[in-house]
Design a protein around this ligand. Structure first.
Ligand SMILES: Nc1nc2c(ncn2[C@@H]2O[C@H](COP(=O)(O)OP(=O)(O)OP(=O)(O)O)[C@@H](O)[C@H]2O)c(=O)[nH]1
Ligand SMILES: [Mg+2]
Length: 445
């Protein structure tokens, strides 16, 4: 785990989870230990030092305090003895439960969602990302503002205290509602300008592919490997929050756009995922999804089935997928051979083609590019004549860039261009077309 703070500057955290006995787990739900381990990774990503992990088995969650009263006493003495700053609970807490726990333990109590939001708040770089996180935080807090109202003005620099502008929130619900409206309004205008960028991008008729996957799967590392871009890749979870888009050239010399997106994680409420609309748009509009899995993780299968579920929820289940088993360089010590894992995950993904790569050392990346080339829809070349008004000369430029122009003549108020154009480019400029014949030639490069 990477963290930059020396131990004495990090918050001392205890992690708590409850294992419900006698209840069948959801098909892709993790083992409680595995979930607790993931929580530890998250907490460390947020800068905490883990003092202890506590797992309690119970038939049900306690309504008032989640854990039972005996366990609570035990926890209280550990908190005191070990000088603990924050207790992090691996389940979503209701407002009352959180308040009761804080009062009883006399220390800060944060749940999994708050921790994730906290990391998000820290990582968001763009204005849109920051607004999205604040909106998600407010939506999380609102239903928890029951009774006398929780202490909204917990100031400080620790985990869970980077709440949405404590000072803005110190009063009541109405102010929060007001703030939510304001953020939504600001988001609309930020999105408006992104919409313009997106349209500009669409004017360049390239297909977009999106990297998706569980957090820490290696999406950004693969993105950098494929595009030569210097996107932050980090062992901390949720290194990427804002989508980044770059061009990639395929072996056929066709170009595509690749976008790197926020990682998915279990127990992140879909409403929160929805807040990351920028990412979702990249995903739902992609021609192909590159589903990246950390094949070296013992939880690979659970992670990939979770990702498939989120893709379902956001309506991207029918987008063609390539399963990319990453971190192949680390394989060897795992119980399942890469070939078996590939077969199994591919079967679960409805037979999606898969490829094993190492974003780290580049192994398999050429195979991935070949596969993308084969999977991209055919794009036949046609020969067409265009009349482009002088007011739209940008289109002439576009044809020079993305087609093979064979002649170009400037007439009174338009330019006549003859060109070999791929079908996808042709669709963009169809309104200027005056004649067209399909050519029986190989795609130009
Ligand atoms: N050994 C090895 N490590 C890798 C490989 N790919 C990525 N990593 C490491 O895995 C960690 C996570 O990589 P990222 O590329 O940031 O992962 P991500 O999927 O973008 O993560 P989020 O943006 O947090 O969702 C980093 O420490 C990378 O160096 C690989 O092929 N082999
Ligand atoms: Mg990333």
């Amino acid at each position: 785990m990477t963290h930059s703070l020396p131990d004495q500057n990090r918050e001392r955290a205890i992690l708590v989870a409850v294992e419900l006995t006698g209840r069948k787990r959801e098909p892709d739900a993790p083992e409680p230990e595995e979930s607790l381990q993931e929580l530890a990774t998250l907490a460390e990503s947020a800068g905490a030092q883990i003092i202890e992990k506590i797992l309690q088995s119970r038939a049900t969650f306690d309504q008032a305090t989640l854990i039972g009263s005996g366990k609570l006493d035990e926890l209280r003495s550990v908190v005191k003895a070990m000088d603990v700053d924050v207790v992090i609970v691996d389940h979503e807490l209701g407002g009352t439960q959180q308040r009761n726990l804080e009062r009883s333990l006399d220390c800060r109590v944060v749940d999994r969602t708050q921790l994730i939001l906290d990391i998000f708040a820290h990582r968001a770089r763009t204005r849109e990302g920051q607004l999205q996180v604040e909106l998600a935080q407010l939506n999380y807090l609102l239903p928890r503002l029951t009774g006398k109202g929780i202490a909204m003005s917990r100031l400080g620099a620790g985990i869970g205290t980077r709440g949405p502008g404590e000072t803005k929130l110190e009063t009541d619900r109405r102010r929060i509602h007001h703030r939510i409206k304001r953020i939504q309004h600001d988001l609309e205008s930020v999105r408006g300008s992104r919409g313009i960028q997106r349209r500009l991008r669409q004017a360049v008729p390239l297909q977009t592919l999106a990297l998706v996957g569980y957090t820490n799967a290696g999406k950004s590392t693969l993105f950098n490997r494929l595009t030569g871009a210097g996107v932050l890749a980090d062992a901390r979870m949720f290194a990427t929050l804002d989508p980044t888009v770059r061009q990639v050239q395929l072996p056929s010399r066709r170009r595509i756009l690749l976008s790197d997106t926020v990682g998915f994680i279990r127990q992140l409420p879909t409403t929160l995922v929805q807040a990351f609309r920028a990412t979702l748009e990249e995903v739902t509009e992609a021609a192909i999804l590159l589903h990246v899995v950390d094949a070296s993780s013992a939880a690979a299968a659970g992670h990939s089935s979770h990702v498939r579920r989120v893709l379902n929820e956001i309506g991207a289940e029918n987008t063609p997928q390539i399963l990319v088993l990453n971190k192949a360089d680390l394989l060897g010590g795992t119980s399942e051979s890469p070939a078996t894992l590939l077969r199994r995950l591919s079967g679960e993904a409805g037979g999606a083609p898969c490829v094993s790569v190492s974003a780290h050392n580049g192994d398999g990346v050429d195979d991935l590019l070949e596969l993308i080339d084969r999977m991209l829809p055919e794009d036949p070349i046609e020969f067409a004549t265009f009349h482009i008004p002088v007011t739209d000369l940008g289109v002439v430029h576009l044809l020079h860039e993305f087609a093979r122009v064979t002649s170009e003549r400037y007439l009174a108020d338009y330019c006549e261009v003859e060109a070999e154009v791929s079908a996808s480019v042709l669709r963009r400029v169809a309104q200027y077309k005056v004649a067209q014949t399909v050519r029986d030639t190989a795609p130009f490069v």
